[in-house]
Design a binder for this molecule. Sequence first.
Ligand code: ZN
Length: 655
Amino acid sequence: MDSLWNDQEASRFVGPLAQRVYTSRLLGRDRSLVLHGGGNTSVKIRERNIFGEEEDILYVKGSGWDLETMEAAGFAPCRMAYLLRLSKLETLSDTRMADEFRIAVTAPAAPMPSVEAILHALLPAKFVDHTHADALITVTNAPNGEERIRELYGQCVVVIPYVMPGFKLAKLCAEIFSRHAGPETIGMVLMNHGLFTFGETAKISYERMVDLVDRAEKYLARHDAWEIELPSAAESKTAQRLEIAALRREVSAAAGSPVILTTYGDALGLGFARRADVSTISQRGPATPDHVIRTKCVPLVGRNVRAYCEGYQQYFQTHTAGRQLTMLDPAPRVILDCELGLCAIGRTAKDAAIAGDIYQHTINIILQAEALGGWRALPAQDLFDMEYWDLEQAKLKKSGRSLMFTGEVALVTGAASGIGNACVESLLARGAAVIGLDVKPEIERMRDRENFLGIACDLTNEQRIGESLEKGVRAFGGLDILILNAGIFPKGCRIEEMTVELWRRVMAINLDANIVLMRDAHPLLKAAPNGGRVVIIGSKNVPAPGPGAAAYSASKAAMNQLARVAALEWGRDRIRINSIHPNMVFDTGIWTPEVLQARAQAYGLNVEEYKTNNVLHAEVRSHDVAELAAEMCGPLFAKTTAAQVPVDGGNERVI
Ligand code: ZN
């Protein structure tokens, strides 16, 4: 491991807090050091308060912040004197400690200080860095881990046995540190947890971290435990989307609500899942108790969700030890399957991505520790105590509020612009993970977020539709909502001038593509945990066609009839299908200001009058259509199928 410190870059960060921001980001950039909010850093600064008195303030990372994207505002300023007084208490519950932290903070808007704040205050150095470095955890979790650590670092570090984070750990560290720290001490190893380093400048503390982790990496290399060969695993070529959707349905049932299930059928996921010893080495526990919250104690090997849940119930009963606890949902968060590879599960796409990321690191740590002589995790009771920690329970309760479509997956066609793009936004705003299909390749780069997958797809290509569904289901686990929006509206053309090419092109996109997509999506929608939903973006032209739009009107009318038949056929599969008939939606790609101006003029109206030329004199926007499309998939329309609702401001020809 190399230091990422750069003098020129560093010089732009002036003052101790800015320097603290800089090296926090350097730590965060290395994903083998910290993952997803893990790790924390601090700096002690003497400041003058409003009374003109000098005070020592500990700026410690606030919870909810990631080191990689750290800002000065992400540090919580705490009065050192108060934290040090707290550390003198005999006992302090973790929930009370969290309350006391609020009191210690000098800025009301500051984030909640890290649970390790007292520990940071107790370490006698200006800068303190803390990571959960993979290489270090690999060594502590191998046989005779503590001996190995002492052999590796000698007097450079003080070693702390495993204790759950919180007040007890802070006290224990202070006690052991004061007895064992010497002039050579540059860090502190917390067994099965991570590493602290410290120094008088941000650079010293950071580079000590890099140095100690580098030594752990070299130690692994010396013991042939750095580069691990996985059995070669060819990615499956056959379609697996129905199997994946069936698995997600079972996991959702166990979790009590729909979940996102992300499949990693790569060399790492498949290679690990196909190891002959996977059902023993994967069952010993996570790399650090920190991970148990995201990945559960152990993954499910294979697909027997029911047996896993029974096992979880037993684990809960065995370790509750008479305490009043409510069992979390028993569904697995990680599945290892020899056909699918690694499946990561979460309430949201982000949660699933975090679980997947953590478990990929866990696989490496397990394999390296195996090469060192055998992977050891903490006793199940320690892991359980972390999983059912008061502070985590409180956090879960706070983040437990879910949106209408949390855990559900939607697919929108024609998603790059206009109504389709607006539908993506409305569905994301309601918590869905969204697959956006569009013929335009830019769809793949439109949004950089875990809960959106853009796929460039020509809907007239049957094979590409199948591939897109496969890709979407691998990303999110299934399909709950389908919005059929893609369509073209060719220039006006009377019947006597119609070419077969134009007619067929309109039918191919507006009609044929949808029958293929509906056919291929049906088994997925049928497996949707809460029942499948389809919304057709139709047109006013269905009830009120216009001259010059024969192909368009006929395609939309055929689509309308198709939706009605689908409603009849799919009702028994708990799939409902409803249509929206928009009219005069002008904020779409087709309507440039010039076209709008020309059309308005043709009717002898100004643009504003033309846009609101309906019964309500209301302009209809893409967003209005999208919001109705989203709501049609929600509880408001739970008992409605085959409905056709206009969004047109009231059209006299339809009324
Ligand atoms: Zn930690």
